[in-house]
Design a protein around this ligand. Structure first.
Ligand code: KIV
Length: 283
């Protein structure tokens, strides 16, 4: 009898150790089947709160509740065997105080069995990041365009376009690294700024709309598959899944209307002697 060895899952320290060694590949994932496909190619999968917009049709990420993150987090940890699964803390679940953040992060980890959480914010979240990491919660930080602050930022706006804004963003990156974050997402900022931050801090930067010089890259899976109706400038469609789905559904509808589906091979036969001479159509 042979017992198959379980696949070793990538951990937050493994991701931290990748800085300067190899590029980190990651995508968002919200459900089990796509997580299983992406698992073979990605170092980590992010159950991003962008699922509120991508999967549930909200205009922003702000309405997403903790329960929804947990539900999708469970699907992704069931689907992916090898990649680190990181679950986003949604708006309102961590900003109030470090103990509130810990209580909610612990619930996410217990119920999804993810390996880390992500939260938005730089210097203002440093105390919380330290509190969480000291209590066993690996934290990925997220600075630059932080979509949960859209009402303060006045929209989904590129950050750090003026050189005068660079110091604040560099201070944010340094603060989250010093507080113990194992990596940091840099979203929507000029390539030069992301490159400077990447050089200056000891933890890996994961870019989304932050150019070529980050330690890794992340995209929203539906965007890079060509499934999202509107995408930001930084997205490249690596597939045309939207038109493939449209073509498949059109073919199905035509076949149903023409009586060509289901064909005999898609039907069940009856058991036993009654079988002979009984066609489906007469049942
Ligand atoms: O929620 C999300 O998908 C994210 C990525 C944009 C990094 O935070």
């Amino acid at each position: 009898m042979s017992v198959q060895a379980p696949v070793r899952r990538i951990t937050a320290p493994d991701i931290a150790a990748m800085k300067g060694v190899e590029p980190i590949v990651s995508l968002t994932a919200y459900h089990a089947h796509t997580a299983a496909i992406a698992d073979a190619h990605c170092h980590f999968l992010l159950v991003g709160d962008s699922l509120g917009m991508v999967m549930h049709g909200f205009e922003t990420t702000l309405p997403v509740p903790l329960e929804l993150m947990i539900m999708h987090g469970r699907a992704v940890t069931r689907g992916a065997q090898r990649a680190l699964v990181v679950v986003d803390m949604p708006f309102g679940s961590y900003e109030e105080s470090p103990p509130v953040a810990f209580r909610n992060a612990a619930q996410v980890i217990k119920q999804t069995q993810c390996g880390a959480i992500k939260l938005e914010g730089g210097r203002r979240m440093a105390e919380t990041i330290r509190y969480l990491t000291e209590r066993g919660v690996p934290v990925m930080a997220h600075i630059g365009l932080t979509p949960q602050s859209i009402n303060v930022m006045g929209g989904f706006k590129v950050q750090g376009r003026e050189k005068s804004q660079w110091k604040a963003l560099e201070d944010d990156a340094r603060a989250v690294a010093e507080a113990g974050a194992f990596s940091v997402v840099l979203e929507a900022m000029p390539e030069e700024l992301a490159a400077r931050i990447t050089k200056k801090i000891p933890i890996p930067t994961v870019g989304i709309g932050a150019g070529r010089h980050c330690d890794g890259q992340i995209l929203v899976m539906e965007d890079m598959l060509g499934l999202s109706p509107r995408v930001p400038k930084f997205v490249k469609a690596f597939g045309e899944v939207g038109s493939a789905i449209d073509g498949a559904i059109r073919g199905y509808a035509q076949a149903v209307k023409a009586g060509a589906f289901p064909a005999p091979e898609h039907t069940y036969a009856m058991k036993g002697p009654e079988k002979a001479g009984k066609s489906r159509k007469t049942v």
